[in-house]
Design a protein around this ligand. Structure first.
Ligand SMILES: *Cc1c(COP(=O)(O)O)cnc(C)c1O
Length: 467
């Protein structure tokens, strides 16, 4: 063995201890670590001939890299839809690296760790109140979950014409309907060879809504004259957390032939609260659902899952199977993840979620969701009370979409947000909503409290006085 590796091997415990101390230093100080940084590096370091060993590398990391880190798992990082990481989720994430399994198979041939993934998906179905007719798997994010789901939808579309698109390529025009798709669903259409512009936009409901107008949807369906289509619907749009009417869509599905996909990246978690559950009523009738765990479930990044109805498993295997050989035996018995999703080798990505669900239970996640929603209202009310801001949409769940009051202030929105974010106390993202420049604050982090809102409102006032 190489001598530096040997030295590291002998010092494994000490090395991990130092890394742990470093991690604790970050986590215990999150409140004070800025949400943005001006620190930078020249990313052109020369690779050394002789290795430094882990401890020296950690030292260099502390000096050069740590200053680049912002408090994105902290309580005032409200940009995008960014969750944090709970203690249990970090334990699961660390142990996934320690055990370093290749989670593929459920049979003990070189490891059966995919069973942990099966169990985790079952726990998630219970958390979300969804039936066992769904089968799921972990991918890196909602983008890949949308990609996986829409990949199977593409195969389903071909099958309606007796075609196998996975084998022979796309030979029919695929009809796609959607109202307010997330950019990653559109990106998935590009990656799937369907084309990022090849979808028809369904009208949204009047009165400041981003949800599908089901009447318009039905008209567009009728114009297809019985041809199949794929519907991409939303449980939680990023700007205003709006939800499509899943009961009405389920009724349409009784009458018409389509693949129904729901992007529920963060909105899925409405289901864990009795208060918000009605928002997803009827969603169990979908063919596929996308859910992110690194958002509202508060696990570290690269954690999302797809749910696809078990009835479609053969289409799923046709889409993703890893060899041209026909699948041997019963696909559910000889199950191997590499035949049903994009990746072949994959880490034990379910473990942080498994730990989180066991550690905090239904009640823990219900509390996170309800507290996030009440913080969003609290922040919204504080904005309304302050004469300088206005809401661009009502607060439906956990996202607050607002702007500087009055059209004459539109050109100041960007500089206000830049200055606010530069202060490092809070981070929010810019957006455009109904042709107006706005700002979006998303509440999903388990650490956020009313005191954080107080800090942010004060910071916003100071920033306003400076622009
Ligand atoms: C965040 C988000 C995505 C993309 O998720 P990633 O995890 O960033 O890949 C897709 N859809 C919705 C509704 C989202 O909020």
């Amino acid at each position: 063995m190489n001598s530096v590796l040997q030295h590291d091997l002998n010092n494994f415990e000490n090395i991990l201890e130092k890394a742990k101390q470093h991690g604790i230093g970050f986590l215990n100080n999150l409140e004070n670590i800025p949400t943005s940084t001006k620190a930078t590096i020249e990313p052109d370091r020369t690779l050394n001939e002789l290795g430094l060993g882990s401890l020296e590398a950690l030292k260099e990391f502390n000096e050069r890299m740590a200053p680049l880190m912002v408090a994105s798992p902290g309580p005032r990082y409200w940009g995008f839809v960014t969750g944090g990481s709970t203690p249990a989720s970090i334990v699961g994430d660390w142990l996934a690296s320690v055990y370093d399994q290749n989670a593929q198979s459920i049979k003990a041939q070189g490891g059966a760790s995919a069973l942990i993934e099966f169990e985790t998906i079952n726990l998630l179905l219970q958390l979300l109140g969804l039936p066992k007719s769904f089968m799921g798997g972990f991918v890196t994010g909602a983008t890949m979950s949308n990609f996986t789901s829409l990949g199977v939808a593409r195969q389903w579309f071909g099958a309606q014409f007796g075609k196998d698109f996975a084998k022979n390529g796309i030979t029919e025009t695929i009809n796609i309907f959607t109202a307010t798709p997330h950019s990653s669903a559109v990106k998935s259409l590009a990656m799937l060879g369907i084309g990022s512009q090849n979808y028809s936009v369904i009208k949204t409901l009047e009165d400041n809504r981003e949800a599908i107008d089901v009447v318009d949807l039905e008209e567009k369906i009728k114009a297809l004259n019985g041809k199949p289509f794929i519907l991409i619907s939303s449980a939680g749009t990023v700007n205003t957390a709006d939800f499509d009417d899943f009961v009405a869509i389920a009724e349409l599905k009784e009458k018409h032939n389509f693949w129904w996909h729901i992007d529920a990246a963060f909105g899925a978690f409405a289901a864990v609260s009795d208060k918000f559950k009605p928002l997803v009523e009827g969603w169990e009738n979908a063919d596929s659902i996308t859910v992110d765990c690194h958002k509202w479930l508060n696990v570290p990044y690269e954690s999302a899952f797809y749910l696809i109805k078990k009835d479609h498993v053969n289409l799923q295997i046709e889409t993703f199977q890893n060899s041209n050989a026909p699948y041997l035996g019963n696909p559910l018995e000889n199950f191997n993840y590499l035949n049903v999703l994009p990746e072949n080798s994959r880490r034990l990505r379910a473990l942080p979620v498994w730990f989180s669900l066991l550690a905090y239970g239904k009640e823990g996640f219900c509390d996170i969701v309800e507290s996030s929603a009440s913080l969003a209202l609290h922040f919204g009310n504080a904005l309304i009370e302050d004469d300088s801001f206005e809401l661009l949409a009502p607060i439906r769940l956990n996202n607050v979409c607002f702007t500087l009051k009055g059209d004459h202030n539109q050109e100041k929105v960007a500089s206000f947000l830049t200055l606010l974010n530069d202060g490092g106390k809070v981070f929010m993202t810019p957006t455009v909503y109904q042709n107006r420049k706005g700002i979006r604050a998303s509440f999903v982090n388990w650490r956020t409290t009313e005191n954080d809102i107080k800090i942010v409102i004060e910071e916003m006032r100071v920033t306003l006085s400076e622009i």
